[in-house]
Ligand binder design. Structure first.
Ligand SMILES: Cc1cc2nc3c(=O)[nH]c(=O)nc-3n(C[C@H](O)[C@H](O)[C@H](O)COP(=O)(O)O)c2cc1C
Length: 209
């Protein structure tokens, strides 16, 4: 298939922005994510950092991935400790997210005090009030440009208060999730070749088990 020229892209409503860091950042700002605090270490050696580049990679075996900037304090600490916990934040934890995304925050005991959720099976600090904490032992580290990708084997999942709504990050802020209005059309996708009309009102778990 030939690459579309600038004019063709324009015709289809696209505005080409090149491949700069700002173009990528601006595009991804439109993609809402959950928010987590990734932690490792204990006592004076404890470290935590707000992250949304977290992925559940595999269920069998259970594998998880976090992407951590090479210069972030957490990066070296995860390599040294060999484990981490991914604390999935609830809607009422915006303050904690902001704190652990601040370069001025404290490490060590002060971080433990802010997290206030004890230690998990791996020894990683947990965030009280989080929806869940996924604990991993570091299995492999892959280079990812200015980040490192930490692939972890999930060794424990701590369920927190799962009745709470999740904290969401979108366009640089933390919007409140609103339920869609009742009775409205939830959207359809029509495949003109096969002639079906897929309603997408209810999201089902399509992952293989
Ligand atoms: C919502 C949100 C998500 C973030 N996700 C990541 C991430 O996935 N990986 C990362 O390295 N930094 C991420 N950051 C940035 C770090 O939290 C922030 O730069 C932190 O200060 C880095 O740690 P340092 O102060 O030790 O350098 C995120 C920040 C916010 C607000």
């Amino acid at each position: 298939m030939p690459a579309e020229g600038e004019q063709d892209l324009k015709k289809h409503g696209w505005e080409s922005r090149g491949a700069s860091a700002s173009a990528l950042r601006e595009a991804m700002a439109h993609f809402p994510t959950g928010v987590a605090i990734v932690t490792t270490g204990s006592g004076e050696e404890a470290e935590g950092m707000t992250a949304n580049a977290v992925i559940s990679v595999s269920l069998d075996p259970p594998l998880f991935l976090v992407s951590v900037h090479k210069e972030a304090r957490l990066n070296q600490r995860v390599k040294e400790e060999g484990y981490y916990a991914v604390n999935l934040l609830a809607a009422d934890q915006e303050g904690l997210s902001r704190l652990f995304a601040s370069p001025e925050r404290s490490s060590g005991l002060q971080a433990i005090h802010s997290l206030n959720g004890g230690y998990g099976k791996t020894g990683a600090p947990l965030a009280a009030g989080a929806l869940a904490a996924i604990e991993c032992e570091l299995e492999a580290t892959y280079p990812g440009g200015d980040h490192d990708l930490f692939l972890g084997r999930v060794v424990a999942v701590q369920a927190g208060d799962t009745r709470k709504a999740p904290l969401v990050f979108h366009e640089g802020s933390y919007p409140t999730l609103k339920s869609p209005p009742h009775g409205g059309d939830s959207g359809a996708f029509v495949d003109s070749v096969r002639g079906f009309d897929a309603r997408i009102g209810r999201i089902t778990d399509r992952r293989r088990r």
